[in-house]
Design a binder for this molecule. Structure first.
Ligand SMILES: [Fe+2]
Ligand SMILES: [Fe+2]
Length: 320
């Protein structure tokens, strides 16, 4: 591999998932690697990513490359063009992996620079994804295979987004209703941009005071989405931690007061949290996560039993 040494602080860079790169991608972006905490230029802007780059990165076990934080809007604009192409290939697990990889990169970009312009461009990407799912419904039943294990918020967002999109399709959501879930699940934790990093990335269990701050991501997400004219998706951000018995947050809503779309994203969010790794505990295998959900949420009447049953069916179809 050939590099050019360059004077740039690693803190000026944001990670980009190699799984989200495709041939022809990142044309207008300088791409960096950070071996030994020092940034080196891997590819210059003006040249797209080639099959050779992808092979080389994979052979060297590199799953993340880096771009400048200030180039986030270029990354999002490029993702807009690339995402439809992902679904043009015949549907298989690789297509769904690419979709998830691109959404991780999209999430990383909007979390690092949550401007109205970037959110609008991200919205155009999720709209395209929604259309593509309707054209290629088989992808819905491959989503559980691509859940990545990583503690980063962008991976969590991508996991919840792909799973919620697949589950919504399974439940019969179409057109605008499907798009509400595809986009809403992508924006569900956008409020976390306001949670301080030392809390969000804390490698241990949170103190009660820190947890109170994390809980505010629902209100902050609602505010951000309303401010940027994404009112339609704001209820998912606000209510995805509410429980049917009124024990959730931020408002302790009960039963029908919780919008249906928030409950749908919530079940995927809980499953993702349990099966994903967290710094303070091991990941639950799928079956044990489902048993735990039944014991702790369904039997305690926090989540709807019918929705849970459908979710189990949906995951079962993902296993075929
Ligand atoms: Fe959340
Ligand atoms: Fe979440």
């Amino acid at each position: 591999m050939s590099f050019l040494n360059i004077n740039i602080e690693p803190s000026e860079l944001i990670p980009v998932e190699v799984d989200g790169l495709t041939e022809g991608a990142a044309k207008e972006l300088d791409i960096f690697l950070v071996p030994n905490k020092k940034a080196v230029l891997y590819k210059k802007a003006g040249v797209p990513i080639t099959e050779k780059h992808l092979k080389e990165l994979r052979e060297n076990g590199i799953s993340y490359v880096y771009i400048r934080r200030r180039d986030c809007s270029i990354l999002i604009r490029e993702l807009e063009e690339e995402v439809s192409k992902v679904f043009q290939k015949s549907v298989n697990i690789e297509v769904v992996k690419k979709w998830a990889g691109k959404v991780i990169n999209l999430a990383e970009a909007i979390l690092s620079t949550p401007t109205q312009e970037n959110l609008k461009a991200a919205h155009r990407v999720t709209q395209k994804i929604s259309e593509s799912i309707e054209k290629n419904p088989q992808v819905a039943y491959l989503t559980a295979f691509v859940l990545k294990k990583d503690i980063s918020t962008s991976v969590h967002i991508s996991n919840v987004h792909t799973l919620s999109s697949g589950f919504a399709y399974h439940l019969g959501y179409k057109g605008k209703d499907l798009e509400l879930i595809v986009t809403g699940s992508f924006f569900h934790d956008i409020g976390k941009v306001k949670v301080p990093d030392h809390i969000l990335k804390k490698p241990r269990r949170l103190s009660p005071r820190e947890f109170e701050i994390v809980k505010k991501h629902t209100l902050w997400g609602y505010e951000i989405l309303n401010k940027f004219s994404f009112k339609r998706y704001a209820d998912i951000a606000l209510s995805h931690h509410e429980f049917l018995d009124g024990s959730g947050y931020p408002h302790g809503l009960k039963g029908e007061q919780i919008p249906e779309e928030a409950r749908l994203v919530q079940i995927c969010d809980i499953y993702e949290a349990l099966t994903g790794i967290r710094p303070y505990r091991d990941a639950e295998p799928p079956f044990s996560a489902l048993s735990l959900m039944k014991r702790e949420f369904v039997e305690k009447e926090k989540i709807d039993i019918e929705l849970y049953k459908e979710f189990v069916l949906f995951l079962h179809k993902n296993r075929k």
